[in-house]
Ligand binder design. Structure first.
Ligand code: C2E
Ligand code: MG
Ligand code: MG
Ligand code: MG
Length: 283
């Protein structure tokens, strides 16, 4: 659509807008194709114990790869999946795939909790609970080994209905965590209303704690507050020893970041777990 504006009779926003539409149209096509042809995959990023450094969990992260190369990264394709509604079927695929993997690890004697990101639309979609419940039943996974990561945006969006749904999921034995904490509405006082087990401190805080005294103070306060509410605190995006030391001192229970391991294929995470088990056995 071409709009005219002012006496020059053109609009310089139009090309950019149509450009964006073309890009997201292409991503949508790639996503549909990938979903239909089994070209989606998951990688797993370790979560480590802040004191001992060993792996205590893993986050499943969606990949859209051909021959091991990313066609698009999640920050490009997740928004398109959300806009087009594709996130509902993609999200179901992710949940099932992650539960099957977690079940294999459970069966192999390496029970490791796996967390799955859930988008607002997917969560609000009627039948989310029933689908979750049937995937757990179908895979035979111990629900305690599953965690859902939701953002404040999701938790704030549905009023009382959302809180009830969150409670129901927790009653089923599934853990809940609040992802990207500090980037959304971020009122600390809301924290007591959300029935979550854990809180993930966003990477943006972690990045700045060593440069900016105020960020450091706020981060420490968030950790202290979460702990007094009996919630686990996980720091995201930990890249340096200095950040890690600060967060550990401040009382973070778990950490995640390139310092401990980037997202990796399931087989690689398995190798890490095997190494860890033999290191523990020999001490
Ligand atoms: P998120 O859930 O907050 O995931 C953390 C992101 O930070 C991941 O990016 C991860 O690869 C990246 N990361 C981890 N450690 C570091 C670090 O030390 N430094 C830096 N710079 N980055 C680090 P990724 O995999 O590209 O995913 C981006 C976002 O896309 C996720 O943020 C999540 O919101 C969304 N996403 C990914 N997979 C899924 C999915 O299956 N479903 C839904 N709904 N969203 C997903
Ligand atoms: Mg996450
Ligand atoms: Mg996050
Ligand atoms: Mg994020």
């Amino acid at each position: 659509e071409v709009k005219t504006q002012g006496r020059h009779g053109y609009c310089f926003y139009a090309p950019e807008m149509s450009q964006r539409t073309v890009a997201s149209q292409r991503i949508e096509n790639v996503l549909r194709h990938a979903l239909a042809h089994g070209e989606l995959s998951l990688q797993y990023q370790p979560k480590v114990d802040a004191r001992l450094g060993h792996i205590v969990g893993a986050e499943a992260l969606l990949r859209l790869q051909v021959d091991g190369k990313d066609l698009f990264v999640p920050d490009q394709f997740i928004p398109v999946a959300e806009d087009t509604g594709l996130i509902v079927s993609i999200g179901t695929w992710v949940l099932r795939e992650a539960c099957q993997q977690a079940r294999r690890w459970q069966r192999d004697g390496r029970p490791i909790p796996v967390s799955v990101n859930v988008s607002p639309l997917q969560f609000q979609y009627a039948g989310f609970y029933e689908r979750l419940d049937s995937i757990i039943n179908e895979t035979g996974l111990d629900p305690n080994l599953l965690e859902l990561e939701l953002t404040e945006r999701t938790m704030m969006s549905g009023g009382d209905g959302t809180i009830r749904l969150l409670r129901r999921i927790r009653q089923r034995g599934v853990r809940l965590s609040l992802d990207d904490f500090g980037t959304g509405y971020s009122s600390l006082s809301y924290l007591k209303h959300f029935p979550v087990d854990a809180l993930k401190i966003d990477r943006a805080f972690v990045r700045d704690i060593t440069q900016d005294a105020e960020t450091a103070a706020i981060t420490s306060a968030i950790i202290a507050m979460a702990r007094s509410l009996n919630k686990d605190v996980i720091a995201e995006g930990v890249e340096t020893e200095v950040q890690s030391a600060f967060l550990r001192e401040a009382g973070c229970s778990q950490m995640q970041g390139f310092l401990f391991g980037a997202p990796m294929p399931a087989a690689l995470l398995e190798e890490r777990l095997t190494l860890q088990a033999s290191a523990t056995a020999s001490t």
